[in-house]
Design a protein around this ligand. Structure first.
Ligand SMILES: NC(=O)c1ccc[n+]([C@@H]2O[C@H](COP(=O)([O-])OP(=O)(O)OC[C@H]3O[C@@H](n4cnc5c(N)ncnc54)[C@H](O)[C@@H]3O)[C@@H](O)[C@H]2O)c1
Length: 370
């Protein structure tokens, strides 16, 4: 199969959908790979590195769309690409159709095969192509929290890990999933005192076994949160309620009880955020203050560390991409349920229920197109 790797054109996006190491694996499986000129530069991969791995460099996205059977992206195709996608062409990327009606209608019209990273589902209901980005955001949340605690950035002037004879910071992490566990690990590693809250008892039991001694996994409740937030230096929002907006767990009143110069990092901002006072921000202008508390609410945190994010993402996507290229999308979906769950649109039919429901479109059970 001929596989095309496009340069990302969405603002602030520096990741790329395949590394030169991935190209080498594709080539070893007998596939041709074409890469758009300069596609890897934002992630530290030169055109020469792709050529050395066996790829061909092409100047324009139009030539790649015209030439390839499978297109790979990181972000959803942008309006300038809608008419370039061909009938029957496989497009494998993060789509997030449900909040984007023009994108959804464009992919119904172009009759391609849209396989969405975000709905590829593992055997235990996990989302293997979202997990790496949650790991990045979780780890980064503590890095950002520690930075904004510094006086220069408006924070309390506190070193997260403390030093001999001086107490470390109190960190509260709300949500003990992928983001929360990664955040808690980082904060514990720096020496902070960490409270990690979740609603799921089985999850808390597991966390109690695996987390270090300076981490206290606890059952989340409004009363406990009120108490912990008052004493916190950094609070991380890391909850997810599948298919719903995040509930506002920390109210403005609770914020008033926090210390001046403390920091909140609302990682769940991409689902609306779990602090009443959260508003999405960007890497260019990441923080603002409410009630003397610094708010960091960047919706695409992994974008700040594209080298790490690209390698983490492509480690996860490459095996699926190879399987789709080896077998064709239909046989790959028949044999691998994870790929089947990734199918959102096939030949103008909406095969993912959440997308059909979002815009009141006809839903076709995916098995009917296989
Ligand atoms: N800002 C970014 O750049 C970025 C990047 C990656 C992920 N995210 C977001 O981070 C959030 C967390 O993602 P994840 O991968 O860790 O999800 P996850 O499903 O692995 O974990 C979510 C956890 O929240 C817990 N939870 C739900 N409601 C709760 C409540 N009321 N109190 C305490 N815990 C509660 C769940 O039990 C679960 O353990 C999501 O909203 C995700 O979209 C944002």
């Amino acid at each position: 199969m001929k596989v095309g790797i496009l340069k990302e054109i969405k603002a602030e996006e520096n990741r790329v959908s395949m590394t030169p190491a991935g190209v080498e694996v594709m080539r070893a499986n007998g596939h041709d790979v074409v890469v758009e000129k300069a596609a890897g530069l934002g992630s530290g991969f030169s055109d020469e590195a792709y050529i050395a791995a066996g790829a061909k460099i092409i100047d324009t996205p139009a030539e790649i769309y015209a030439d390839c059977e499978m297109i790979m992206h990181v972000k959803e195709p942008q309006p300038s690409e809608y008419d370039l996608v061909r009938e029957g062409q496989i497009v494998f990327t993060y789509f997030h159709f449900a909040p984007d009606e023009p994108l959804t209608r464009a992919f119904i019209k172009n009759k391609s095969v849209a396989i969405a990273y975000e709905t590829v589902e593992g055997p235990s209901g996990d989302l293997p192509l979202l997990t790496p980005m949650s790991e990045v955001a979780g780890r980064m949340s503590i890095q950002e929290g520690a930075k904004y605690l510094e006086r220069y950035y408006g924070g309390r002037g506190l070193l997260m890990g403390g030093v001999t004879g001086v107490a470390p910071a109190n960190v509260v992490v709300i949500g003990g999933g992928v983001v929360g566990t990664n955040a808690a690990h980082m904060a514990c590693g720096l020496g902070a005192k960490v409270h990690l809250l979740d609603m799921n008892l089985d999850r808390l039991r597991y966390l109690s076994e695996i987390m270090p001694k300076n981490c206290f996994p606890m059952m989340s409740s409004p009363a406990l949160l009120r108490e912990l937030v008052m004493d916190a230096d950094v609070v991380i929002g890391a909850i997810l309620v599948a298919g719903a907006k995040a509930p506002k767990l920390v109210t403005r009143d609770m914020l008033k009880s926090m210390k001046k110069g403390s920091v909140i990092v609302d990682v769940a901002i991409d689902q609306g955020g779990c602090f009443e006072t959260s508003i999405p921000t960007t890497h260019g202008d990441p923080v603002y203050e409410v009630e003397d508390v610094i708010h960091y609410c960047v919706a695409n945190m992994p974008g700040a560390v594209p080298v790490t994010s690209t390698i983490a993402l492509t480690n996860a996507t490459l095996p699926y991409a190879v399987e789709i290229a080896n077998k064709g999308w239909k046989q790959a979906a028949i044999e691998n349920n994870a790929i089947k769950t990734g199918l959102n649109m096939v030949n103008g039919k909406v095969t993912y229920k959440g997308v059909a429901e979002a815009f009141d479109l006809e839903y076709v059970v995916v098995d009917n197109v296989l």
